[in-house]
Design a protein around this ligand. Structure first.
Ligand code: PLP
Length: 461
């Protein structure tokens, strides 16, 4: 590398440390002490950093990149929209893009989901969902439905409303920001690998727990149950059959709204267009973000059923007191429309299902080679690999995330980007939906090399 190039990189790194405050990190860099790669190019499933290193993006830019990086059609859609109208606010004006995207979402989302409120990201979409739910009950004369049930481990965003329903296992951190606006109540999520509730066979005791909570709290005080139906944050928790159906029945029985947070799982990630489709469940409200625009421009959407929208219609108190300047940004809507078109044209929902199966089979095959792989699970191209010190006893490291972080770091050295989820050690693998079988083979062999190194260093093999 030329020395002026080296100096340029050093200057960038220095000013990062001085001026940039990275998300979920202390003010002065990464808590792990690592240096984040500075990415200067992206293409398909691949990223290149400023030092010229290539990475296979097995995380799809935090689950956003559905159609892959630098898709020519999406870039054209962005530049065409920029050349027509770069921005007008949606409080005063409409654009064809926002109207067309709302219609498209009404067409492709399940059941009677049909009225779309746009925002600029996942947390904002969740905020809108919680407020709509609350107002829905108020409009019905139910003034006391203030509580929202969520699951331990769930992540629904970092704004105050969304944090109220974040059940992260490390909720000990929430105390810093409390109190929250909504009253969150939390239940155990489905987690079959370490389920403490059901014996050998799942009998959906985790749903019984929710029903018990509902009756203890009194149903007439509960506004909504929010779930990310196929959850990454809970360590890739895929609910057993019957779970979502029972939630739907419970909500109907007690007049509670069911919010499906499909910010990650929506738009094909799990091998169906929406995760709810796996169980034929129609939520009252659905939130979307990441894969909606494939991450090209920030966007969030909160889609509500017609029974909710109808209640808000034609009455002064039905005004929804909510809106973000950049919600429904014309360029975001135009690129989201194009991204959905590409998902349809390139059959990416089917690709997610079939490549997901190939990925899961390949990861399962790794299990016999690697004593640290305790479990492989997933749905479509949302896969989790749970890493343990001892397969028989399922022993975790101390702290539990330490082993996963070590593997994540070794993967990075191999040129593979994935996430390690707290509080256990679950490697999250969610590549772009366009990933090929050849790229999955590369992914798996990079992972295998990283595991081998960590297992040797940690004395696991
Ligand atoms: N909901 C879910 C299920 C998420 O995974 C996330 C982010 O990862 C959010 C909401 C928040 O989205 P954002 O980071 O765009 O605010």
């Amino acid at each position: 590398m030329r020395s002026d190039r080296r100096e340029e990189i050093a200057a960038l790194r220095k000013s990062n440390l001085e001026n940039l405050w990275i998300a979920y990190q202390p003010a002065d860099g990464l808590v792990s002490g690592e240096e984040a790669p500075i990415i200067i190019e992206s293409n398909g499933c691949w990223l290149t950093d400023i030092e010229g290193r290539e990475y296979l993006d097995a995380l799809a830019a935090l689950e956003a990149s559905a159609v892959g990086h630098k898709h020519a059609k999406l870039i054209t859609a962005i530049t065409e929209q920029l050349n027509r109208v770069e921005f007008v606010d949606t409080f005063r004006y409409l654009t064809p893009a926002i109207i067309e995207l709302a219609s498209k979402l009404a067409e492709i989302t399940p059941g009677n989901l049909s009225r779309v409120h746009f925002s600029a990201g996942g947390s904002e979409a969740v905020e809108a969902a919680l407020k709509i739910a609350k107002q829905y009950h108020v409009l019905k004369g139910d003034m006391h439905r203030t509580k929202v049930i969520s699951r331990y481990g769930a992540y629904h965003g970092c704004t105050y409303g969304a944090m109220a329903v974040d059940g992260h296992f490390y909720a000990t951190r929430n105390y810093i920001y409390e109190p929250f606006s909504a009253a969150g109540r939390f239940v155990s999520p489905p987690y079959s690998y370490r389920c403490l509730m059901c014996a050998d066979e799942c009998s959906l005791k985790c749903v019984d727990e929710i029903e018990l909570l509902v009756s203890r709290e009194r149903p007439e005080t509960i506004s909504a149950i929010i779930v990310d139906p196929a959850s990454t944050a809970i360590g890739v928790s895929i609910p057993p059959d019957g779970y979502m159906q029972r939630l739907r029945e419970m909500c109907d029985k007690y007049g509670i709204l069911l919010i499906a947070d499909e910010v990650i799982s929506g738009l094909g990630r799990t091998g169906k267009l929406f995760a709810c489709d796996h169980w034929g469940v129609v939520p009252d409200i659905m939130t979307l973000s990441k894969g909606l625009s494939s991450g090209y421009i920030p966007i969030g959407a909160t889609i509500v059923g017609s029974h909710i929208a109808n209640l808000f219609s034609g009455r002064p108190d039905g005004v929804f007191w909510h809106g973000h300047t950049f919600g429904g940004h014309p360029v975001a809507c135009a690129v989201a429309l194009e991204s959905i078109k590409v998902i349809e044209e390139e059959n990416l929902v089917y690709q997610s299902e079939s490549k997901g199966k190939y990925l899961k089979d390949s990861l399962n095959n790794l299990m016999s080679k690697h004593p640290s792989i305790g479990d492989v699970r997933g749905l479509g191209l949302m896969c989790g690999v749970e890493i343990v010190l001892d397969k028989k006893t399922k022993t975790l490291s101390t702290p539990p995330s330490k082993l996963g972080f070590a593997v994540r770091s070794a993967c990075r050295d191999e040129g593979l980007v994935l996430a390690a989820l707290e509080p256990g050690s679950v490697l999250l693998i969610t590549p772009p939906l366009i990933i090929t079988e050849a790229e999955i083979d590369i992914l798996v062999s990079k992972l295998s090399r990283a595991l081998l190194r960590v297992e040797t260093e940690w004395g696991i093999r």
